[in-house]
Design a protein around this ligand. Structure first.
Ligand SMILES: [Zn+2]
Length: 248
């Protein structure tokens, strides 16, 4: 039996306003992968997963009675938030260290990761969108991520980022509302949604003409379940600032 590439969270028959995705929900590697001791620390950092993002996403889903798809594999193995045309979809070198299990992959190994993990994850989102569409109440796509407060020499003092490509008005509303709730929040920071870096939300949002945004939260604000729940509550209140007229 093939390994499952995703988790369905919540209930697709609930008419909540969101389909929440979490591309970096876990640092789990497939059982067939051996990780060397000298690099196992990578899995515990933002290189392996988005610390706290899963807990925030789950709480948003619970509070809004929405539905979500979370990945079940580490971004270090393959990254579902990157197009496979982007060489970083399988990170060969991270922080100057070659990732042992990503070196010299054969075409069949690349195909296996694509067909067993990357594609099924996105197919699950597609199926969930199709199911959710059978309910006439509108919904939109929110992709939840976290970022490290320190990347190389750069210190990220801001607490949240709303990343957008097409939907500037909704992004501004959400940013303003998060700021009003006390979060230091910026637009298209710590990186821009206009550079192909919100791949998953953009892929599915554009295909179905749905509003799509990516929310980035600084990981130290959400690195325990309790902290994640508190931030999720602020996010849910802020999400109410996006009127139905902007959905889709
Ligand atoms: Zn992420």
């Amino acid at each position: 039996m093939l390994p499952e590439s995703y988790f369905l969270v919540g209930d697709v028959t609930h008419p909540g306003p969101l389909l929440v995705t979490c591309e970096h929900a876990t640092n789990r590697l497939p059982g067939s992968i051996h990780i060397d001791a000298h690099e196992s620390h990578l899995l515990t950092t933002h290189r392996g997963w988005d610390i706290g993002a899963r807990d925030v996403a789950a709480e948003i889903i619970r509070m809004t009675q929405s539905v979500g798809i979370f990945s079940s594999f580490s971004r270090l193995y393959c990254d579902p938030n990157r197009a496979i045309t982007d060489p970083s979809w399988i990170p060969v070198v991270v922080d100057g260290h070659p990732v042992s299990f990503n070196q010299n992959l054969t075409p069949s190994e690349l195909e296996y990761r694509l067909q067993t993990f990357h594609n099924p994850y996105h197919e699950a989102i597609e199926r969930t969108i199709e199911s959710r569409k059978t309910n006439p109440i509108p919904f939109w796509l929110l992709s939840v991520h976290s970022y490290t407060p320190k990347l190389g020499d750069s210190i990220r003092t801001m607490e949240a980022g709303v990343l957008f490509d097409k939907h500037a008005l909704a992004a501004h509303r959400l940013r303003d509302s998060l700021c009003q709730r006390g979060l230091d929040c910026a637009l298209n920071e710590p990186y821009s949604g206009r550079e192909g870096l919100i791949y998953s939300a953009r892929l599915h949002g554009k295909a179905h003409d749905l509003l799509f945004l990516e929310l980035e939260l600084r990981q130290d604000l959400i690195d325990t379940p309790e902290k994640a729940r508190r931030v999720a509550h602020e996010v849910v209140h802020a999400l109410n600032s996006i009127p139905h007229s902007l959905h889709g």
